[in-house]
Design a protein around this ligand. Sequence first.
Ligand SMILES: Nc1ncnc2c1ncn2[C@@H]1O[C@H](COP(=O)(O)OP(=O)(O)OP(=O)(O)O)[C@@H](O)[C@H]1O
Length: 339
Amino acid sequence: MSKKTQVSPTLQSIKSMPVDFRFMGSPMSQSSEKSESNTGMIPFAIPENGNLAGEVVEGGEDVNNNMDQDNDESPYSRFNTSVEARPSVGEEDLDLTPPLRSFVPSRTESKWSDTNAYAAKKKLQSWFQLPNGNWELGKILSTSGTESVISLLEGKVLKVNSESLLAANPDILDGVDDLMQLSYLNEPSVLYNLHYRYNRDVIYTKAGPVLVAINPFKKVPLYGNNYIEAYKRKSTESPHVYAITDTAIREMIRDEVNQSIIISGESGAGKTETAKIAMQYLAALGGGSGIEYEILKTNPILEAFGNAKTSRNDNSSRFVGFLVFTLAYEFFHGFSYLH
Ligand SMILES: Nc1ncnc2c1ncn2[C@@H]1O[C@H](COP(=O)(O)OP(=O)(O)OP(=O)(O)O)[C@@H](O)[C@H]1O
């Protein structure tokens, strides 16, 4: 638990973000759309203040109302019960009202409940979703029947439906490179892991073959010749756009099959920047003799004519980029930019 205190264990649920959720203080703060996730690379937008959740939501006036509305759609919201601040955890102090709502688990939920029963038995840490949609880490103090008593970090003790708890991963898995390494792959665990890494300027995380990128909205020391060299020599395995690009190029050469990198995300998430980072790596792979960098330098011209300031992104691409790179064996012959 000590390690977990380095990062706030309160996480904002993606599912329960209100329709008009906005990241406070970010260039995207005027409006919002829900993130789309696809295969390939998925950039996430993060507020400048670094909050994946929690206080971001609390800043909004109608956030709680919206949360409540959205929570109705959340698969977890129906499990929530009352929250009370309690100084002691004795059984006699526990208020057993209001009654918990009954819940008939679906097939998928039954699978989770098996995990929850195990977590309860072992008194492991569990995630609990508060009525406002935030996730909080708690320790299961006792379980009887379908009810569990959990203690949250700030001393709150809650009596909740055991089915509402999602198992948390052991501290040793904090910040793993690949989300697939998590023992419990649930929404709060994924958010926690991404947040943990993001707090350390590690904005890339793998989710199996997919790379998740969190927009840092600041310079992060992850790019440049030293990094490019390290990925070329394969002396690092940290998830990175360079690694994805390197794999694409090598598999294209090995299998003689065209490769595509799909970069998906909401406006302002960092798709254009990610594409440029990939192009930078491709140019370096080509030997960096000159023409590749000349082509890269055309980007500002394209952006000058094709980009515009929007409520979500000061430099929003107003055209669809479709980059075709033509390579012959290990030599980079050039690329065309269709839009
Ligand atoms: N890897 C990064 N490092 C630092 N800043 C970044 C990074 N990625 C994105 N940003 C910041 O986020 C801003 C928005 O990114 P970008 O224009 O790439 O978003 P987008 O997803 O292409 O948006 P749109 O769909 O509106 O064109 C950039 O102008 C930059 O300030």
